[in-house]
Design a binder for this molecule. Sequence first.
Ligand SMILES: Cc1cc2nc3c(=O)[nH]c(=O)nc-3n(C[C@H](O)[C@H](O)[C@H](O)COP(=O)(O)OP(=O)(O)OC[C@H]3O[C@@H](n4cnc5c(N)ncnc54)[C@H](O)[C@@H]3O)c2cc1C
Length: 386
Amino acid sequence: MDARAISLVRTTFKAVAAVDGGPEKLTRSFYAILFARNPEVRDFFPASMESQRDKLVTAIAYAIDQLEDLDRLLPFLAQLGRDHRKYGIVDAHYAAVGDALITALEQFAGNEIWTDEVDAAWREVIAVMAGTMMEAAEADDGPPVWQGTVVEHLRVLDDVSIVRLMLDEPLDYSAGQYVSVSIPSRPRMWRYLSPAIPANAAGEIEFHIRRVTGGWVSPALVGSTSVGDRWTIGAPLGSMTRHSAPGRDRLLIASGTGIAPLRAQLMEMATKADNPSVHVFYSGRYPCDLYDLQTLQQIAAINPWLSVVGIVEEETDPWWYDGPQYRDHLGGSSPIVGQVGKVVAEFGSWDGRDIQIVGSPSMINTTKFRLQGAGVDLSLVRHDPW
Ligand SMILES: Cc1cc2nc3c(=O)[nH]c(=O)nc-3n(C[C@H](O)[C@H](O)[C@H](O)COP(=O)(O)OP(=O)(O)OC[C@H]3O[C@@H](n4cnc5c(N)ncnc54)[C@H](O)[C@@H]3O)c2cc1C
């Protein structure tokens, strides 16, 4: 893809996204065209398309953003292709999606923007994306999904559960990756979760899940999961750790259940003799939100390369929380009170470290902004795309 084609694709997408309600109208139009032309494709999607629409725009925006960095984009698309095997989609579906997207973009952009050159540039980009996904899916001879049985469900906070499963077959993932998960009571509503322990031959896997108020799936995962439930899990995704230089010191920053992919990495590192220095900042609103701090402190107690700091926005737990108090069950030093990005940026000098941030998009952006202000080179900062 040449620079001009990339620029044309980016400009058209920005023009569409800049219009009030543009991304939403584009995705509505895309799905309407896709389902009208290929009614059978509707069965791959959940009854409610609400969050699906956001995912499409986010995925396209991410891919367009990375068009110059094919070393990062192509592995991401390959993972996505392997993950999409869970739907049972075939090559014809990729063509249908590409055609529907071109038609929707063309309709939305209008004749003035949608020139022949723009059309050709979009077709080239879509061909690269679909081609990479299809190739990776075809080359993958592992199962399209893994089934597992819930063996333990711990409700560590009112809105946070730890769920442990035993998979029928072990799933090979790198610590720090995420997987899509589907439960029988929410058919076809796949949600990403990050395993909180490294992959193992026994097929044990653990997830930390926060209930999102008004969400379709997380309230069921946190509130209704029982031992014996069967979950379906897709192929692993994510390359947050792939670019880390092995010997380079690390700064890991998480909020809430964002600790899951980081603790999996720490647990894996703890099995090795030689590790770089690792600083973990684990943040929450209240002290009780640091439900996993004790585990992290236990790992740090026997691994001198690791140091762990808790950060909270409020000094005390809320009045309605009646679980163990911070000092009773965590011991150690008190968490720092403040805004996570600000506290980390002011804590020390982080330039030259490999940095991972896991949390909500706003937490990630604010933290990156603060680190940049403190002189950190943002090319060393990793986070998952969505
Ligand atoms: C790479 C990745 C890894 C993830 N790992 C984990 C994990 O380990 N544990 C975990 O609990 N979740 C994780 N998530 C989030 C998870 O995939 C779901 O998005 C989340 O559980 C909400 O799903 P839902 O069906 O309840 O909400 P939806 O029905 O999808 O959304 C309902 C509404 O809530 C909003 N919303 C969605 N998620 C959030 C959020 N986190 N905070 C605030 N508002 C939100 C949506 O924009 C929408 O308006 C991860 C997400 C990604 C992208």
